[in-house]
Design a protein around this ligand. Structure first.
Ligand code: C2E
Ligand code: MG
Ligand code: MG
Length: 700
């Protein structure tokens, strides 16, 4: 057990009391001893005094007797002597009167018959020389005897001796001593009483101090310690206040102030640590804590939970093309749309958090969780159908949503988060702007992706990769002027895997650099063969963002050109708009160096990015390929037609060639031709084909 301040104080007080008690009993003991000693001294002095007074009385009486007996003894008047002796015997304490003659024989003893008359007196007698000043005095315990010789002139005629009893004096003395010791005992008793009273007063003072200490100091300290513990556990509602004017009051007030400021700091820190400054939503940290807590509760209550991963589609593109400030603005608006969607979804237990980047999570806890989650996901997607307004321009964004349900899909937060991510990824693969519930099969899909990455290594060397060429035609005269090289992967087990699946994997795993180089090299060899066979088409090769970022693309291209001997103007490099926009300065520099080699640069999928037409002025390119999504709608959607026309006009004003992609019918072809588009490719004009087949088409 812990000894508190109060216990310490009580122990200290007890020790002090014991000490005081010890000192007091010491003093009392000493006083008692002194009183006893004093009584002893007084008794001795009294005894001495009584004895002396008895002796003096004896001397005086003997002197008187000796004087009175001079004549009777001279004349031997025994009657008179007897009278005198008897009168003396009647005096208090006188035991014996002996009158004797000069020879020491008894003359009278005050009795009537004087039994020892004429006989020698027993006991010592005063010598004849004894003077009246120094009588012969003797004493013992019981009596005092005084003797004096009696003389007439110089003649010694006898003497007198009296014995006085000391018993009367002893009785007096005893009484006096008794009184004295009684008084002394009383005094000691009084002292004891005083001391006890003093001790009692001290004890009382101690108890009062203890009470005051306990109420005035210890209790506030205990309260403060309790408050500190509550503060430690995160409860800042301490209710501390004091009207006291002393230091304890100051301490309590200071503590209350401190608690206020710690609470403020705590709130600030929580806001910073648990909040996302951009969207004001809880962040990953806060969400993880909340999720763990919710899972525990769901476990205990046997409830269901759903986690929803919401990922903004193509956010990187937005960020790259519009800049980070605009990206932030888009994220903030996106967060708001999610909030609105969740609100419309009607789950009162929903919590939205930003998980990082363009990834948001929603925890749902309504009943019939499956239906409710689907409802919320639809609400979010429908919220996103309205365009966002960004610096006066409209922007459409989509979201891919993955949903995972506790407890079916996973028990722990880690598993659920992983599954949510997988489901979201599947929504992306399914074409984006949609939602998917997690299923076990998705794990296999992820596994497939891992397998694709694995199998992709060395696929070129094993001869599983080949290039096909899609012809590109001039629109004014319909002449085949070149071809775009497109990769095909003949997987030994999975069959033909489209570039839309493996290019992504190659890009993310870094395999694209080697693969791209090989494709480039082979495309150049094919083109050289066509040139040698008499025609002069160009070959157009797709370059991925990663190849451009690697920085050595001009050297690689120069190397391939040197190795194959293909004239540089016969090689076109296709880069997507967003690839170029990723790091514009580096890209512009690389593009300039590539153009110095003599190769032509085309911007692929033009129009899907956000660069706008003005961007074309800054980036040194030779041509743009209008994305097939615009060409597809060019007959139906006046906006797409307007945009396509604007791109063509703008490009021409800058001296840039325009290629229309994805021409699937004659109508599209006619419109592009009518609007002055320079070249076109598409299934209607020619599907991707082998190099030798293209060579035949060139001959035709
Ligand atoms: P892309 O560069 O825009 O290539 C054009 C794509 O449109 C090709 O798909 C082509 O087959 C397809 N296409 C052509 N005409 C039509 C049409 O009339 N209708 C429709 N619906 N589609 C048409 P593919 O071959 O599946 O390639 C897809 C993408 O993969 C390419 O888009 C390109 O970005 C990438 N890719 C292909 N080969 C390579 C390569 O060697 N290196 C790099 N980095 N990327 C490549
Ligand atoms: Mg292309
Ligand atoms: Mg394209």
């Amino acid at each position: 057990m812990r000894a508190g301040l109060h216990t310490h104080f009580l122990i200290g007080m007890l020790a002090t009391m014991l000490l005081v008690l010890g000192i007091m009993s010491g003093i009392w003991w000493q006083q008692r001893g002194a009183a006893r000693e004093q009584a002893e001294i007084s008794r001795n002095a009294m005894h001495e005094m009584a004895f002396t007074s008895l002796k003096l009385r004896g001397q005086g009486l003997t002197q008187l007797l000796a004087d009175a007996l001079v004549n009777p003894l001279y004349y031997f008047d025994t009657v008179r002597i007897g009278e005198i002796a008897r009168s003396a015997l009647q005096q208090p304490d006188v035991l014996q009167v002996i009158v004797f003659d000069a020879e020491g024989r008894l003359v009278h003893d005050g009795s009537h018959d004087i039994p020892g008359f004429g006989q020698a007196v027993e006991g010592p007698l005063p010598s004849p020389d004894t003077s009246t000043e120094t009588p012969d005095v003797r004493w013992n315990e019981h009596q005092v005897t005084v003797g004096l010789p009696i003389r007439i002139g110089e003649e010694h005629i006898g003497g007198v001796r009296i014995a006085l009893s000391s018993s009367g004096m002893a009785a007096l003395e005893h009484d006096a001593i008794a009184t004295l010791s009684q008084q002394s005992e009383q005094a000691i008793g009084r002292n004891l009483l005083w001391m006890a009273a003093l001790f009692g007063a001290l004890l009382l003072i101690g108890v009062v101090i203890s009470l005051v200490l306990s109420r005035g100091v210890l209790r506030p300290i205990r309260d403060l310690a309790g408050a500190a513990r509550r503060m430690e556990s995160g409860n800042f509602d301490l209710g501390l206040d004091s009207q006291r004017k002393d230091e304890i009051g100051d301490l309590i007030r200071a503590f209350a102030h401190m608690s206020d400021s710690v609470s403020r700091h705590d709130r600030d820190i929580r806001r910073i640590a648990y909040g996302d400054s951009l969207t004001g939503l809880p962040n990953r940290l806060a969400f993880r804590e909340l999720l763990d807590e919710s899972l525990q509760q769901a476990h205990a209550g046997g409830n269901e939970l759903a986690l929803m991963f919401v990922d903004l589609d193509d956010f990187k593109r937005i960020n790259d093309s519009l800049g980070h400030d605009a990206g932030d603005e888009v994220l903030a608006q996106f967060a708001e749309r999610i909030r609105q969607g969740v609100k419309m979804g009607g789950d009162p237990n929903a919590v939205v958090a930003r998980f990082g980047g363009d990834e948001f999570v929603v925890r749902l806890g309504a009943r019939q969780i499956h239906d409710s989650a689907a409802h919320v996901a639809e609400a979010i997607l429908s919220e996103l159908q309205r365009p966002m307004l960004l610096h006066g321009r409209q922007l459409f964004v989509g979201a891919s949503i993955g949903i995972t349900v506790f407890p079916q899909d996973g028990q722990s937060s880690n598993v659920l988060l992983k599954n949510g991510d997988i489901a979201m990824y599947q929504a992306k693969l399914a074409g984006k702007n949609c939602f998917r519930f997690y299923s076990k099969a998705m794990d296999q899909a992820v596994g497939r992706r891992v397998q694709i990455e694995h199998d992709l290594r060395g696929a070129w060397e094993r001869g599983e990769m080949r290039l096909v060429y899609q012809p590109i035609f001039r629109l004014d005269n319909g002449q085949l002027v070149g071809a775009e090289a497109l990769l095909r992967w003949q997987h030994p087990e999975l069959g033909i895997i489209p570039p839309s699946v493996f290019i992504d994997v190659a890009e993310q795993s870094g395999l694209i650099e080697a693969l791209g180089g090989q494709a480039l090299s082979q495309a150049c060899q094919s083109a050289l063969r066509w040139v040698r066979e008499g025609s002069a088409p160009f070959v157009s090769v797709n370059i991925s963002a990663r190849q451009l970022r690697a920085g050595n693309l001009p050297e690689v291209v120069a190397g391939v050109l040197a190795a194959t001997g293909l004239p540089p103007e016969r090689l076109h490099l296709e880069l997507t708009e967003t690839t170029v926009l990723g790091d514009e300065h580096q890209a512009i520099d690389t593009l300039a160096r590539l153009r110095e080699l003599g190769v032509k640069i085309w911007l692929d999928d033009f129009g899907t990015g956000f660069s706008g037409l003005s961007h074309l002025r800054r980036v040194p390119v030779d041509g743009v390929k209008i994305d097939r999504s615009f060409v597809a709608d060019v007959l139906r959607d006046p906006d797409d037609l307007a945009l396509t026309s604007a791109i063509i006009a703008m490009a021409h004003s800058l001296g840039i060639t325009v290629v229309g992609e994805g021409v699937e019918n004659e109508g599209q072809f006619a419109v592009l031709k009518e609007r002055g588009c320079d070249q076109a490719q598409g299934y209607w004009l020619g599907r991707p084909m082998s190099g030798s087949e293209l060579a035949r088409r060139l001959q035709a």
